[in-house]
Design a binder for this molecule. Structure first.
Ligand SMILES: [Mn+2]
Length: 450
C-alpha cells in the first residue's frame, strides 16, 4: 500500500481526517486477516511532515499495533509528505521505527549511497525468509541520481523487492519530478517486485512495477482513478490483485454548472437531475464549479445554493468554486488553467521545504509586484503573512529582547542547579541516554545504559 495521508484534515473537515484513518485501519485489518508475511508502505503514511497532531499520531500507533501483535512486520519508506529530504534528520516515521512499530528503510550517504542491512534502528534493506526488501525514500530532483546508485548496488536474494516513493511519467497530469519508467525497468533481473508510491493512481508495468495509489482522495482529480492495495502471492511467479473492497471511500459528487440567470429554479432542476443521475450517496463531498457573469454573480447568495444542494444530497460538505467572467475584459479562455498550472508548479517546488503550501501567498506577491504596485496592498499582504506565521511558529531564537534573554539565562542557571541536585537521587539503571540517542546524521542509536 502507499499514500495513506494520515492527518489530512481535508477542507478543514475532522470527518475527512477520520476517513483517511479508517481506510488505513481497514487496509491493515484486511492484510492481517489474510495472514500476509509482511506489509509494505511505499511512502506518505502521513500527510504533514512537521505539524503532527496527537490524534494523527494516535491513529498511526493504534493501527500499526495490530500487525505488531500479529507478528507481521510493516516495512516503509518516507514520502515527500513524511519528511523534507534536506532539512530533517529525524522524522515521525523514525519515531515509529524507534517505537518498534515499523521498519523505516533509507540509505546512508558517505562517499555515495551506502545500502546497509536493517539493524533494528537503521538500514536500507530488510531480510525476511529469503526475501530482501530495499527501501528508498523520496529524493525529489535527486531521485534519478540516487536510483542509479541503487541499480548498481542492490544485491539480489531469492526474492528481491525494491520499494520507493517515486513518480513515473505519463500517468498523472501536471506532476513534476517524475521519471521515465525505463529507469526502473533497469532493475529487471536484479529485482522481482518494485513497490512504488507517490502517484495517487493504480498501475502495473510488466509484472514488475506496482503502484497502488491512495486509499482516500487527497484531491478530486483522484476520484476518477482506480486505486487500492496490491495483495501479492508469489510462487513461481508474482501473482497479484488490486483490492479495495475492504473499505468504502468517501463519495465525491463533482458538478459543473454554467449559470445564465439569477433565477434559482433552473439551478434546482440541475441539482435534482444530477441527484437522480448519481443515485444514493452516503454524506458525499459535493464539489461545484460554477461559471457565471459578474452581474449574475452579484445577484446570487451562495447560502441559497448550498441550501438547495443540501436538500438533495445531504452532503458532508459543499465546496463552491466561482468562475466569474468579467464582461468588461476580453475573455481569455485559458487564463484560469494557466493560473492553476502555475499554482501547482509553485506548490510542488515548495514541497521540498518546510514552509507548508504557501503557493497562494507567492502568487499574490507576484500579482502585486507585477501589476499595480499598490503600497497599501503590499502592507496588507505582509501583515497577513506575518500573522499567519506567528500563529504557526514559535518565536525564533534571536528574537528575544535583552531583558528576556537575561531572564532566560537566570532561569536556566536555576534549573541546571536543580538538575544537579536531582541527579543524585536518580536511578540511572536503564535510563535512556537522550544526548546520544541520535548520531550526528540523525540516525537512532541503540538504547544504551548510562
Ligand atoms: Mn502522496
Amino acid at each position: 500500500m502507499a499514500d495513506i495521508h494520515l492527518g489530512n484534515r481535508q477542507y478543514g473537515s475532522e470527518e475527512r481526517q477520520m476517513d483517511f484513518a479508517q481506510a488505513f485501519l481497514d487496509a491493515i485489518r484486511f492484510s492481517v486477516k489474510k495472514e500476509v508475511d509482511f506489509i509494505l508502505i511505499s511512502g506518505d503514511l502521513f500527510h504533514k511532515k512537521t505539524e503532527m497532531d496527537p490524534v494523527t499520531l494516535l491513529q498511526a500507533r493504534k493501527v500499526l499495533e495490530i500487525p505488531e501483535r500479529a507478528g507481521i512486520p510493516v516495512i516503509a519508506v518516507e514520502g515527500n509528505h513524511d519528511s523534507t529530504y534536506f532539512r530533517e534528520n529525524y522524522s515521525w516515521m523514525d519515531y515509529l521505527a524507534s517505537s518498534g512499530l515499523l521498519i523505516n528503510l533509507k540509505p546512508e550517504f558517505s562517499d555515495g549511497v551506502v545500502l546497509r542491512e536493517w539493524d533494528g534502528e537503521n538500514g536500507a534493506y530488510f531480510e525476511i525468509d529469503g526475501t530482501r526488501i530495499y527501501g528508498m525514500k523520496y529524493y525529489g530532483s535527486l531521485t534519478e541520481k540516487v536510483l542509479d546508485e541503487y541499480v548498481r548496488k542492490i544485491k539480489s536474494s531469492d526474492f528481491t523487492i525494491f520499494m520507493a516513493h517515486i513518480g513515473v511519467e505519463g500517468y498523472v497530469k501536471n506532476m513534476y519530478g517524475c521519471i521515465p519508467s525505463a529507469k526502473l525497468h533497469k532493475l529487471r533481473g536484479k529485482v522481482d517486485y518494485i513497490a512504488l508510491g507517490h502517484l495517487h493512481r493504480a498501475f502495473v508495468e510488466g509484472n514488475l512495477v506496482f503502484n497502488p495509489g491512495s486509499l482516500e482522495s487527497c484531491d478530486i482529480s483522484e476520484t476518477r482513478y482506480e486505486r487500492g492495495i496490491y495483495f501479492v502471492e508469489v510462487d513461481d511467479r508474482v501473482g497479484f490483485s488490486l483490492v479495495n473492497s475492504f473499505y468504502t471511500p468517501r463519495d465525491f459528487v463533482i458538478l459543473d454548472y454554467s449559470m445564465k440567470s439569477p433565477d434559482l429554479n433552473e439551478f434546482e432542476s440541475f441539482i435534482r437531475a444530477k441527484r437522480a443521475e448519481v443515485g444514493e450517496k452516503n454524506k458525499p463531498v459535493v464539489d461545484l464549479k460554477i461559471e457565471v457573469e459578474r452581474a449574475v454573480r452579484s445577484a446570487i447568495s451562495e447560502e441559497n445554493l448550498r441550501k438547495i444542494i443540501s436538500d438533495f444530497f445531504d452532503p458532508l460538505l459543499v465546496r463552491i468554486h466561482w468562475e466569474v467572467r468579467n464582461i468588461f475584459k476580453p475573455s481569455l479562455p485559458d487564463l484560469e488553467s494557466k493560473e492553476s498550472i502555475e499554482r501547482s508548479v509553485i506548490s510542488q517546488l515548495l514541497e521540498n521545504y518546510s514552509y507548508g503550501d504557501i503557493s497562494d501567498e507567492v502568487l499574490n506577491f507576484k500579482r502585486i509586484f507585477s501589476s499595480s504596485f499598490n503600497l497599501v496592498e503590499v502592507d496588507k499582504m505582509v501583515e497577513d503573512v506575518l500573522t499567519h506565521r506567528t500563529r504557526k511558529e514559535a518565536v525564533k531564537p534571536g528574537e528575544y529582547s535583552e531583558s528576556q534573554v537575561s531572564e532566560k539565562l537566570e532561569k536556566s542557571k536555576k534549573s541546571d542547579a536543580e538538575a544537579e541536585k536531582k541527579k543524585d537521587f536518580e536511578d540511572v539503571e536503564e535510563e535512556w541516554d537522550w544526548r546520544s540517542a541520535l548520531d550526528s546524521a540523525g540516525r537512532t542509536r541503540k538504547h544504551k545504559k548510562l
